[in-house]
Design a protein around this ligand. Structure first.
Ligand code: G3P
Ligand code: CA
Length: 374
């Protein structure tokens, strides 16, 4: 009798484990999106066509493009309005810095920008230059170029054609407030190029993102209706002190206040014009005194039917919070426990492998991580 009970117990345990595993497996429609942040930027200099081609081969759902305008109104795929942190502009055009010492893409024509060499992001200190992220593609070891939005769209659409996949695009309109001060309308230019390349409705695989709430509302209520377009919009959320958006008050530029976006009423407001939000990962969870603290952000965003695509998931050992321990644990936490709908990542291959090859993680792993560091 005792033996029978033990056997039943074992069978029950095995069945329970199997059921749990099956219940936690990710169905394709539930799989969080892999968004290649600036391409495969963990392996090749960000936003180069080489980084985008490598990202494509890693089978992300979307590839990201940050967009700024050149002097002759070309949309350039680059993260900053400045050129100094990823190119040799200071050596090639030493006399073209503005009074603040910085070199602005909008002061250069496309032909001039194409003469620049792009490298991994670096930090300059006097005469010495160090890579922003150690152990990534070596500085100055190869020659990469800036590219236009059109060049990148043709690369992705061409690969979709030859390989038969449907990798989407995830463009970000950078700093509309800055472009306005330069007399430009970067949102209108972006929508025009998107329409020209066939991205005009929710049938195409695209999200359009911006840190500027007022500009997204203008896109939603004015620009897209004028152009007969209807694209899903993502409200990016910054910390106020980052200065992502500046506003003029009494003739002085000051940081736009982002705090409202992380409140329940703020998320409700965002849901009136956007389909999702892109918060910093730190807005969703953090460790305090070694204990995991998860905010109510995702729950509140989901209550307003907003998708949540946090940034940025990097596998470089220096980028992993010590309390988490590994990139896989980080993904287990955000995908398995917090339940985000997609992640921006510099390492799309690793996130793809995690999502495709693993079932949803056991909550125990996170509990273990907590215990190890408490
Ligand atoms: O757009 C999502 C994420 O890329 C936001 O951060 O500064 O890398 O553009 P950033
Ligand atoms: Ca971005």
């Amino acid at each position: 009798m005792a033996q029978t009970l033990v056997r039943i117990n074992i069978i029950f345990t095995v069945l329970l484990a199997t059921f749990s595993q099956a219940a936690e497996s990710l169905l394709p429609q539930q799989r969080p999106l892999v968004i290649a942040h600036r391409g495969a930027s963990g392996y090749l200099p960000e936003h180069t066509l080489e980084a985008k081609a490598l990202a494509y081969a890693m089978r992300p759902d979307y590839i990201e493009q940050d967009l700024v305008l050149s002097k002759d109104n070309h949309l350039m795929v680059m993260h900053d309005i400045y050129l100094d942190d990823t190119t040799d502009v200071a050596e090639t055009y030493p006399d073209r810095a503005r009074e603040d010492g910085r070199y602005y893409a909008i002061d250069f024509t496309l032909a001039e920008l194409k003469r620049l060499h792009v490298s991994e992001a670096f930090v300059r200190s006097g005469d010495s230059v160090t890579a922003k992220y150690p152990n990534r593609f070596p500085l100055g070891k190869s020659s990469f170029q800036l590219s236009t939005f059109e060049e990148e769209l043709e690369l992705i659409q061409g690969l979709n054609h030859t390989l038969g996949y449907d990798v989407g695009i995830y463009p970000e309109i950078k700093q509309p407030w800055f472009h306005y001060r330069e007399g430009r309308d970067i949102a209108a230019t972006t929508l025009s190029v998107l329409k020209q390349y066939g991205y005009h409705s929710r049938k195409q695989k695209i999200y359009l993102q911006c840190f500027d709430a007022e500009e997204l509302q203008r896109i939603k209520s004015k620009l897209m209706p004028q152009l007969h377009m209807d694209l899903p919009l993502i409200q990016l959320i910054a910390e106020t002190e980052w200065g992502e958006k500046m506003v003029e008050v009494d003739g002085q530029l000051q940081n736009y206040d982002y705090d409202w976006m992380q409140t329940p009423t703020g998320l409700k407001k965002i849901a009136t014009y956007a389909d999702g939000v892109g918060p910093a990962a730190t807005m969703l969870a953090g460790f305090k005194d070694g204990k995991l603290a998860i905010t109510s952000f995702v729950r509140q965003a989901h209550a307003n039917h907003l998708a949540v695509h946090p940034y940025t998931f990097r596998a470089d050992p220096q980028q992993i919070p010590p309390a988490v321990g590994s990139f896989e644990n980080l993904l287990r936490l955000f995908i398995g426990k917090i339940g985000v709908d997609g992640v921006f990542t510099d390492h799309p291959d690793k996130v793809r492998a995690f999502i495709d090859n693993r079932s949803l993680p056991s909550r125990q792993v996170v509990a273990d991580a907590n215990n190890e560091h408490s």
